[in-house]
Design a protein around this ligand. Structure first.
Ligand SMILES: NC(=O)c1ccc[n+]([C@@H]2O[C@H](COP(=O)([O-])OP(=O)(O)OC[C@H]3O[C@@H](n4cnc5c(N)ncnc54)[C@H](O)[C@@H]3O)[C@@H](O)[C@H]2O)c1
Length: 435
């Protein structure tokens, strides 16, 4: 089947490469010339495990091609996926200008029937606006259908998630669309995966509701961590105890410096705004957000309680990405923590296996901020080590060797990644978040 994808970001590129793997002929449209040039050379502009191999495989197979103009995508296929950004506006709502822009471009060049699929995360009823926009701007009488197929992949395990989804949600207008999606996701259906068909508004809502629920679990764990830090309890043991109840589940219950990234913060905010616009009260989600905001401050306070004066202290900072296995630093809690440390005069050596280059755009090298690829070297003569992203390679660190590098064995763990007993046995002073 021929498919066009608009936007070659995390979602668009993964979707394009995986659809090519399913056997479809994919044209992926990207408007940023530098990104497009890299992709055409077979280079992937983002870090996502396995993605560069899959992109190159299907550039070679001829099933994945790249273009600069939406009209080329319109000419290529009847089904066009919108995978453009829906960032946060100043008032917290989703900025839908990239969606509207792409819809208009499709309208202006279409001369045959099209099915536009929202894969971007959008507020409920956006499908109606897309339909209306296309009707307003199209120059031919060709019919348009708008479906919603929200994406649930996680950065860092995006290919794995796309290929093994818990469910595929598709909001459709009618039976014709059902057949289209059964064909599109044929290989996954053959593997026993399920498509849940809804109407487009429900599919749009499912995405915001799912992300907000996961954010709520994290804030719930952080709320518990606050109480645990004031009592004789470790939040790790408490969340394990509740998470083993199948009705609750162990995932997304890690207390720490809070959620970040390009999705949870903006999606929770947008969902609150959507509710407000429709007269529904989402006080629960406002609290989820407030708790998340407090966690970074709590961690900065903890650093001050432990180190007293940050000025001229040498601090190794491990982890800058908003989560492991990605180079994405959008809304990463590390940004605020590093800013605080820098402003309070500390001397920082930052390490991240993939996100350091992006972080340098915000915090260039200076007499206060240095970068290294070597976790042990970052800790050399350090007065403290701060962990902000739980990369696997940090988990596997040799604690005795680390201890030998440091001037003072102080470990502040913003992700509760280390085992207190283990690090204390290795001679460290250990501080976690409610543990
Ligand atoms: N990143 C994630 O983990 C994730 C997961 C699920 C859903 N989402 C949602 O998917 C959407 C995309 O997210 P992302 O992280 O891939 O964003 P991104 O910013 O990485 O990528 C979007 C891309 O679209 C391109 N673009 C915008 N308008 C275009 C146009 N008219 N023509 C061609 N290209 C255009 C941009 O240049 C950019 O490269 C968002 O709505 C996001 O909330 C993201």
């Amino acid at each position: 089947m021929k498919v066009s994808i608009v936007g070659a970001g995390y979602v668009g590129l993964v979707t394009a490469a995986c659809f090519a793997e399913f056997g479809h002929e994919v044209l992926c449209v990207e408007k940023i010339p530098a990104k497009l040039a890299m992709l055409r050379r077979g280079e992937v502009p983002i870090y996502e495990p396995g993605l560069d191999e899959l992109v190159r495989k299907h550039q070679a197979s001829g099933r994945l091609r790249f273009a600069s103009e939406v009209r080329e995508g319109v000419a290529h296929a009847e089904v066009i996926f919108l995978c453009v950004g829906t960032p946060q506006s100043d008032d917290g709502s989703a900025d839908l200008s990239q969606i509207e822009g792409a819809a208009r471009e499709i309208a202006q060049s279409m001369s045959s029937p099209k099915t536009i699929v929202e894969k971007s995360t959008v507020p409920v009823n956006t499908n109606e606006w897309i339909r209306k926009t296309v009707h307003r701007y199209k120059k031919s009488g060709a019919r348009v259908r708008v479906c919603s197929n929200p994406e649930f992949l996680r950065e860092g395990s995006a290919l794995e998630d796309f290929m093994n989804p818990d469910r595929i949600i598709v909001g459709v207008e009618g039976d014709e669309d059902r057949a289209t999606f059964r064909e599109l996701y044929g290989p996954l259906l053959a593997n026993g995966r399920e498509i849940i068909f809804t109407n487009p508004a429900e599919a749009e809502l499912i995405k915001h509701a799912a992300n907000s629920f996961l954010a709520m679990k994290i804030s719930y764990a952080n709320m518990l961590a606050d109480l645990c830090s004031k009592t004789n309890a470790s939040v790790k043991n408490v969340v394990r105890g509740i998470g083993l109840d199948n009705r609750i589940g162990t995932q997304f219950l890690n207390a720490g410096i809070g959620y970040g990234g390009s999705c949870f913060p903006k999606d929770v905010k947008a969902f609150i705004r959507i509710a407000e616009e429709h007269g529904a009260d989402f006080a629960l989600l406002r609290e989820v957000e407030a708790i998340n905001g407090k966690q970074r401050n709590r961690f900065c306070e903890l650093v001050e309680e432990v180190l007293w004066i940050n000025k001229d202290k040498r601090i190794a900072v491990w982890g800058l990405a908003f989560k492991p296995n990605t180079d994405d630093i959008r809304e990463s809690p590390a940004i605020e923590v590093v800013r605080f440390l820098k402003e309070s005069g500390a001397r920082l050596t930052l390490v991240d296996p993939k996100a350091a280059e992006n972080f340098q755009q915000l915090f260039p090298e200076s007499d206060q901020v240095r970068y290294t690829n070597d976790a042990y070297a970052s800790a050399r003569d350090a007065d403290a080590l701060i962990l902000l992203t739980e990369w696997e390679e940090f988990r596997r660190i040799d604690l005795a060797r680390l201890r030998a590098e440091m001037a003072l064995p102080i470990l502040l763990d913003g992700r509760n990644m280390f085992d207190r007993r283990e690090v204390e046995a290795a001679g460290f002073e250990y501080y976690g978040m409610g543990t």
